[in-house]
Design a protein around this ligand. Structure first.
Ligand code: IMP
Length: 185
């Protein structure tokens, strides 16, 4: 399958994703049995995963879709990322961040720090995918769907240059990290 200039091949089929989503949801249903967590799906990438996941979550919960905005800061480090779209107080709440993929872990690191600063009771992360080479910055991802190689993937919410989010399966391209195309959060 071709998207723009790149050739992609099937990596994870729809039925495998469905099965994994069910298993992940069962884990959360049991771990949070006596709690009322707030799910924070990170748009755009996790829209499909979070919708499917939350259909199988049976405990009482709240859901608040958020986005990470990147803008150029005044500091020399360049990009500053911050959470936008939060409409309710997370004070004293059990938070579950819903991510599509953890690559370097930088996005999550920032986010977890920001959420802890809001006086949350607990912050955990569920990610459908995690790259094996992920250089996680002391961030533990409690629930991981699939560990994948250091390859670029699209589909099931993930994009290549804005394309491919609507695909029902997950596809990969054999790119080396140095050539990794920019994806949009
Ligand atoms: P990190 O900060 O490097 O962990 O990057 C996380 C974000 O980058 C994810 O939420 C995705 O939006 C995007 N991303 C990382 N790897 C891929 C990929 O292989 N395909 C599409 N998007 C990706």
């Amino acid at each position: 399958m071709k998207i723009k200039d790149l050739e992609f091949e099937l990596l994870i089929a729809e039925h495998e994703i469905n099965q994994k989503v069910r298993t992940l949801a069962e884990g959360i249903n049991s771990d949070y049995a006596d709690k009322t967590p707030v799910f924070l799906p990170i748009l755009n990438g996790s829209f499909m995963f979070s919708a499917d996941l939350l259909k199988v979550i049976s405990i009482p919960c709240r859901i608040s879709f958020v986005k990470i905005s990147s803008y150029s800061g005044t500091s020399s480090t360049g990009q500053i990322k911050t959470l936008i779209g939060l409409e309710e107080s997370l004070f004293n709440q059990d938070i579950i961040i819903v991510e599509d993929i953890v690559d370097t872990g930088l996005t999550l690191q920032r986010l977890v720090e920001e959420l802890r600063g809001l006086g949350t009771k607990s912050v955990e992360v569920i990610s459908l995918l995690r790259k094996k080479t992920a250089r996680e910055k002391e961030i533990s991802v409690k629930y991981v769907g699939f560990e994948i190689e250091n390859e670029f993937v699209v589909g099931y919410g993930l994009d290549y240059d804005g394309l491919g989010r609507n695909l029902i399966d997950i596809y990969k391209t054999d790119l080396q990290e140095v050539d990794k195309p920019d994806s949009q959060v």
